[in-house]
Design a protein. Structure first.
Length: 400
């Protein structure tokens, strides 16, 4: 990929200089000169020079010019932890199945791991027509280099038109590398996916400007069309015992993997409560809890309800609770059956991560708090009085 100035056409008008946002262009001897080290190839100068067409950007993939017609089928990346398929992957299977049916194409699942033959076979029961399983001891645990390498090779071989992956820590980490390697288009953090069947285009919708509006993004000129999707916003696939499909196993030779890092140790966070992304009930605390010691009140209610403990960004930033508990646009998107917000005023970013909950209870002393706009039940009162009272009442009613 490169940028070129045709000196015969350039008149030194400086329009490109004014359009460049990184100060990469200057006029020398009445001709535009581009500093390639500064240039980001954003094409703003090309647009500014439309009248004279003196600046052009050329794009080539590593394998030459792509024929979009060669790409078909929907593929999903299956995320796994310690040999267990992650919940978000079942959501990708469900959404991928729907998109593949609309396009009348196949759904292909790509799984990376070690000793996961049974899990690979099981993916067929959850909607996959074809499962491509890469088996290696070095693929048991996630590493950016090896996963990006294998999935890129999968794309070059299988040529899927669409690839879906969860917008988890893993998906957000390596999927952009895959997109860059295969010259695909990536829409990150989607909350809705649709298909333009006539043009075979993936329509990826995601929050923009702090969740104040939704942007729908398309990729008409590149393949594959790649999207990472937020956890708990898509309906998970259901198991069908009668489904059949093809499972292809590739035993990867370790020496062929490019790995620049070594996993020394994996330290698991020990918590007595449930993971927030998988929980049916979440009790969250916000700045209104006053001080870090008061978060124990939130944890007490969560333990009685068998719930996960969540938190707003302000609480996490203050160091009251680890980041893994953060709910919101910059944390985790959740969709529990019950969400209890304690002392959370309701910023746009926080509500974007939990507003799809089935039932929301908000407790706040400010009757005008934004959280009440989306709450099914609002309690105006001091959280230091209301939450302990609820904990006591639930203990008695649940026999705890």
């Amino acid at each position: 990929m490169g940028i070129h100035v045709e000196l015969e056409k350039c008149i030194g008008c400086s329009l490109c200089v004014r359009a460049c946002g990184v100060n990469a262009i200057e006029i020398v001897n009445k001709k535009a000169v581009i500093d390639l080290e500064k240039c980001t190839l954003c094409a703003a100068c090309v647009e500014a020079c439309k009248k004279y067409q003196a600046i052009t950007i050329t794009k080539e993939s590593s394998g030459g010019t792509k024929n979009i017609a060669d790409y078909k089928n929907v593929a999903i990346f299956v995320e796994q932890h310690n040999g267990i398929v992650a919940g978000v992957s079942y959501e990708m299977l469900g959404e991928g199945r729907k998109l593949a049916d609309q396009l009348k194409e196949k759904l292909v699942a790509v799984l990376l791991g070690h000793d996961m033959q049974k899990q690979a076979d099981e993916l067929v029961k959850f909607g996959a027509d074809r499962v491509v399983y890469y088996n290696s001891e070095k693929l048991a645990n996630f590493q950016d280099d090896s996963y990006a390498q294998i999935v890129s090779e999968f794309v070059d071989t299988e040529k899927p038109a669409i690839i879906l992956a969860g917008a988890s820590a893993i998906g957000r980490s390596f999927i952009p590398k895959v997109a860059a390697r295969v010259w695909g288009g990536l829409t990150a953090d989607c909350t809705k996916l649709e298909i333009d069947v006539e043009k075979h285009l993936l329509l990826g919708t995601r929050p923009a400007f702090g969740g104040n509006l939704m942007a729908t993004i398309i990729c008409p000129h590149h393949r594959p069309q790649i999207a990472t999707v937020r956890h708990k916003v898509m309906k998970a696939a259901t198991r069908d015992e009668h489904r059949t499909g093809e499972v292809v196993v590739h035993n990867v030779e370790t020496e062929k993997l490019t790995i620049r890092t070594t996993i020394v140790d994996i330290v698991k966070e020990v918590e007595s409560t449930v993971n927030i992304t998988e929980a049916d009930i979440i009790v969250s605390g916000g700045r209104g809890m006053g001080k870090p010691e008061n978060m124990s009140i939130v944890k007490d209610l969560a333990e009685v309800l068998g719930a996960a403990v969540g938190a707003s960004r302000a609480v996490v930033d203050a160091g009251w609770i680890p980041y893994s508990h953060q709910v919101g646009q910059t944390g985790k998107t959740v969709c529990p059956k019950l969400y209890v917000a304690c002392g959370i005023s309701g910023s746009v970013q926080h509500m974007a991560g939990m507003q799809s909950s089935d039932y929301i209870i908000a407790i706040n002393k400010d009757p005008n708090a934004d959280i009440f706009q989306i709450a099914n039940l609002g309690i105006v009162g001091d959280v230091m009085e209301v939450v302990p009272a609820l904990t006591k009442a639930f203990k008695e009613s649940l026999g705890k």
